[in-house]
Design a binder for this molecule. Structure first.
Ligand SMILES: [Zn+2]
Length: 150
């Protein structure tokens, strides 16, 4: 899923609990939970080769930047702006950050996470499911998140 959806949902589920520690764990788990659903993502293939093809990776970097900025803006609009929500936003996109990091600086641990994240969690990625459904699920997730945060 796109980072914006992960951030908004991560912050929303975190807002449901009192304990900041539990909130952080929930924000992290929310990432894997959302990725279980079939979804569409923008490409990050050039980002994985950013060291060699920096210029080609710029549009992808821009999408990520806009995504994160919109996520942070949502925290300002929909929460009391507590530090915990910003932490949860950060934690909610760690799995995707680790996947990009794994492509840039491969090592055994990151590869293991990558296998879990991309093969097991994203098990519906290559199934024949319409883009309408793949986009709708993200819109519904954002609506549910805003209802939780309201
Ligand atoms: Zn992910």
């Amino acid at each position: 899923m796109i980072l914006l959806v992960h951030i908004i949902f991560g912050v929303a589920v975190a807002s449901l609990v009192e304990s900041p520690y539990f909130a952080i764990v929930l924000a992290l788990l929310s990432h894997y939970f959302l990725d279980l659903f079939p979804h569409i993502e923008y490409p990050i293939d050039n980002l994985k080769n950013i060291q060699k093809k920096f210029k080609k990776a710029l549009p992808e970097l821009f999408y990520l930047f806009v995504d994160v900025i919109l996520g942070i803006l949502s925290i300002f609009v929909f929460t009391d702006k507590s530090l915990i929500f910003f932490l949860c936003a950060f934690v909610s996109i760690i799995p995707d950050s680790l996947t990009v990091l794994s492509a840039i600086m491969p090592n055994k641990l990151l590869k293991l996470h990558d296998l879990f994240h991309r093969k097991h969690i994203h098990f519906l990625r290559d199934k024949k499911i319409s883009n309408f459904y793949r986009i709708s699920i993200q819109i519904v997730t954002v609506i549910i998140s805003f209802m939780i945060l309201k």
